[in-house]
Structures are given as structure tokens and as C-alpha cells.
Design a binder for this molecule. Sequence first.
Ligand SMILES: NC(=O)c1ccc[n+]([C@@H]2O[C@H](COP(=O)([O-])OP(=O)(O)OC[C@H]3O[C@@H](n4cnc5c(N)ncnc54)[C@H](OP(=O)(O)O)[C@@H]3O)[C@@H](O)[C@H]2O)c1
Length: 267
Amino acid sequence: MGYTRSMDSENTLVADNGAIPSRQNDIAIVIGASGGIGSAICRQLLSDASLGRVVAVSRSEASSDFPLNGDRPVIWYQTDHSEFSIEQICGSIAELKQSVSQIYIATGTLHGKDYSPEKRIESLEENTMQQIFQINTIIPALWLKTLTGLFSKNSDCVITVLSARIGSISDNRSGGWYSYRASKAALNMILKTTAIEYTRRFPKIKLNAFHPGTTDTALSKPFQSSVPAEKLFTPDYVAKRLMRVVNKPFEQCNIRFIDWAGEEVIW
Ligand SMILES: NC(=O)c1ccc[n+]([C@@H]2O[C@H](COP(=O)([O-])OP(=O)(O)OC[C@H]3O[C@@H](n4cnc5c(N)ncnc54)[C@H](OP(=O)(O)O)[C@@H]3O)[C@@H](O)[C@H]2O)c1
């Protein structure tokens, strides 16, 4: 059966014959599954009976919030995001011998015990910059590198990586937040470059650099006081919007920088 990229009223991908394609035999992978947005993505995927298994990857142990037994148990992998661990997990996923049709990379950091976003260039610190680039840019890049081993020429998969509008070079009018901003801009460049390579190697694979909007998670907590209530989204709302974005047709491209509303963000 072929699928045109047409949509029904729910903005869902529909097949040539009008049926919604079943992905019940497919796998969706969520990396950063314990995070505010990552766990909401897991919940959203699990609420859709037309989807198959959810593979959750996290630094934490399996969350009791998700079914680990029963009809559709979540497959949970704990990781330290080392290359060794990433290779082991991708090897285990390959052994499941199921197509991977959705991948979400929802890891990221903005502040920590010893660091917060820099307002002035004098605040830059080498260790902090390295840590932020490691988490926001290098870890997603290593996952993209190793996940490539799961694909073949016919793989049909949408990869969504949590980026941020602040990583847009063209949209940078307010400055500040040097390390976070630059790490997301670098992440976007990794995604763009991957997309160019994929057009040749995996022509059906699509990529989203996704801006979720300000979302009520640990990451945004210290910065929420200036955000109007209606602009502070719940993780579940963002995950629902994300599912619509994932199913939105790609127009003549295999990558887009897109926000929670489905609007393109300038690179
Ligand atoms: N919240 C917002 O307003 C907002 C706005 C724009 C963009 N974003 C982006 O959305 C993504 C998800 O953020 P969130 O809001 O869900 O934040 P969050 O609740 O803090 O979750 C971030 C997750 O990233 C992983 N992570 C954090 N530190 C890590 C480290 N040192 N090493 C490896 N992994 C680490 C963890 O996943 P595990 O616990 O599963 O290991 C953590 O739970 C991030 O990329 C963020 O930049 C968020």
C-alpha cells in the first residue's frame, strides 16, 4: 500500500486508500525518557494504540509510570550516553528486528548545580561550555551516528530532536545565554548535515529540529517568572503538539526547524 502525504482532519498521515497506516509492528525510541518533555512523549506514544513498542532510554532506572509488562510493555534501557553504552543499546534494538519509525531525542541542559545561562561574555567558563556542548550537541550527535546502523535504504522514519528557537542564528536579536544558544546552533548544524547525507543514503528518513516553546519542566523552572501563564505549556500539551508536527507532511525537504505550533523557525 502506498501513502500520500495527505492529512485527515486530525492532521494524521493517511494512506492512498484513505486508511491510517498502522505502525503496530514498528518501534518508537525516546532518548531522555525521564525528562519533562521526554516522559510526556512516552505517555503520548503509549496512548496511541495504532503504534507499536516504545523503547525508552534514560540515565535513570525504569520509571514505574510506564508499563514494563502486559500487552505493550515499554522496553527500558539505562545509559550513561558513553559511546560504548549507545552502541550496546543500538545493538539490542537491532536484535528486536523491528522497523524503527519514530525517534525522539529529548535530552538537554540549560542550568545545573554549578552553572546557569551567561548574560555577559565575561561569564563564559571553559568547563561549563564543555559540559553544555557535551549534553546538548555531542550526545545527540553520537546517538544519530549509532542509530544510523539501524537503517536501510528503505527505512521510513521520522527523527525529532529537541532543539530550541534560541539556537537560531538568524533569530538572535537579544543575545545572552551563550553556551546554551551556541550548543543548540551547533546541534542544528549537525542535523542539517545529517539530513544532506541521508538524502542519498536513506531517502525516506525525515528530521525535525523541534522547538517546544517554554515548557514547565525542571529545565525552565528558574526562568518561568517572566513567562505569561498562557505561554508556559505543560509537557503533555507539547507532546501532543509534537505528534501533530511529526505527522505533518515534509514539503520537498527532509529536514525542518519547526515549533510546537507547526510553524517553521528560521535557521
Ligand atoms: N522546557 C523548555 O522550556 C524548553 C524550551 C526549549 C527547548 N527545550 C529543550 O527540550 C529538551 C527537553 O528538555 P526538558 O524541558 O524536558 O528538560 P528536563 O525535564 O530537564 O529533561 C532533560 C533531560 O535531558 C537529559 N539530561 C539532562 N542532563 C543530562 C546529562 N548531564 N547527561 C545526559 N542527559 C542529560 C535527562 O534525561 P534522562 O533523565 O532521561 O536521562 C533529562 O531528564 C531539551 O533539549 C531542551 O533544551 C526545552
